[in-house]
Design a protein around this ligand. Structure first.
Ligand SMILES: Cc1ncc(COP(=O)(O)O)c(C=O)c1O
Length: 373
């Protein structure tokens, strides 16, 4: 009996190439927020068409710090897509602001037409588009609408390191872009995150928030001990070990994304031949980096999504649902906004196994199971 096919696989994603750098960090006498973090910030920001990078301990922290540095606080309305991981909405609530959910298109990304309506109806201070599954949103339309309504755009880039829209990196369209280096993401430091921005003030403010709002960085404190705390910060610091891993991951990002694309293209070809199942993905001007590969179980399929999930599970294939709509979560049951299509979308979606080095045999098992279902 062959083993189960996992949804993600993280073995060997971080390779031996990081062992020497980690050794250097351990010998350096400086374990957090130091030269490796700075190097990682610079290289990551440059790769994503941004002037500044601020490394933090998660994308959640990156979103919180970026929104706060962008001036969001109590009384503000912030639009997030109705389909996303809860973190995107939770940070808004942590800031004392109101979440308004925006409906999505059939690829799961925020629908600019609905966004336009919501911006007419509500006084909105910020929009957080999420480039879902690895596919960049329609950023030209979103940025134009935001400008028209004087709203700040903070991009949730948890799924898109290395992705581009119209030749420009996802994360470089709004005031800031927030990335995740969680274990299963396209590049990982175990846990971690990064803010990229062209706005020096936002970068400096995020750095203060990241380190208890101290007036001095760790390097400056090494010079002289005196410092002040003239605002309320948190500990969002990235360790030097994580930064060393991040630099290694950045070197591998293109090839890992390319590998994901190869797996995705094989899925796309196979799915064309399977009635009742579809994929709503890319367009030529968007480079999809396939953090997830999500199929949709259509109404004319003899089984519904949950039945497909069960059958695949019986066949040893692990799948998942990304994500239940925000209004379906108890804490958000009274959330305002528009989410009719998101509810329909969420009933159809199923994430199938996706990771960079999936073998053809393993992928064939997934495809055959989908065909059998
Ligand atoms: C769309 C989205 N935003 C934000 C996050 C939060 O990322 P982190 O776990 O790095 O805080 C995630 C994590 O899965 C996510 O999928």
């Amino acid at each position: 009996m062959s083993s189960r096919v996992p949804l993600y696989k993280v073995e060997n994603v971080i390779g031996d190439e990081v062992l020497e750098p980690i050794g250097e960090v351990l010998q350096s006498g400086w374990l957090t927020l130091g030269p490796w973090t700075e190097k990682f910030e610079k290289r990551f920001a440059a790769r994503h068409d941004a002037a500044h990078g601020v490394a933090v301990n998660s994308c959640t922290s990156a979103l919180y710090a970026s929104l706060r540095a962008g001036g969001i606080g109590p009384g503000d309305n912030v639009i997030v897509p109705a389909i996303t991981f809860a973190a995107t909405a939770n940070v808004v609530r942590h800031l004392g602001a109101e979440v308004i959910v925006c409906d999505v298109k059939d690829n799961g990304n925020i629908d600019p037409a609905v966004l336009g309506d919501l911006l007419e109806r509500y006084d909105v201070s910020a929009i957080v588009p999420v480039h879902l599954y690895g596919l960049p949103c329609d950023m030209h339309e979103i940025v134009a609408l935001a400008r028209e309504h004087d709203a700040t755009v903070i991009e949730d880039c948890a799924h898109v390191p290395g992705a581009e829209f119209d030749g420009k990196a996802a994360g470089s369209f709004g005031k800031a872009g927030c990335f995740s280096f969680y274990a299963t993401k396209n590049m990982t430091t175990g846990e971690g995150g990064m803010i990229v921005t062209d706005d020096e003030e936002v970068a400096n403010e995020a750095k203060r928030i990241r380190n208890h709002y101290q007036t001095k960085s760790p390097a400056e404190k090494r010079e002289t001990w005196g410092y002040d705390v003239d605002g309320i910060g948190l500990n969002f610091r990235m360790s030097e070990i994580e930064a060393a891993i991040g630099l290694g991951q950045l070197d591998r990002l293109e090839s890992m994304n390319e590998s994901r694309r190869t797996v995705a293209n094989a899925y796309i070809d196979a799915i064309e031949e399977i009635p009742g199942i579809t994929w709503n993905g890319g367009t030529p001007e968007k480079t999809h980096v396939f953090h997830l590969f999500v199929v949709q179980v259509l109404e004319d399929h003899p089984l519904d999504r949950d039945q497909v999930y069960d059958r695949l599970s019986d066949a040893g294939i692990t799948t998942g649902v990304h994500y239940p709509p925000i209004p379906a979560l108890s804490s958000y049951s009274a959330v305002e906004g528009e989410y009719g299509n998101a509810e329909r979308f969420a009933e159809r979606i199923l994430s199938v196994p996706m990771y960079p080095d999936m073998s053809e045999d393993t992928q064939q098992r997934v495809v055959q199971a989908l065909e059998a279902v």
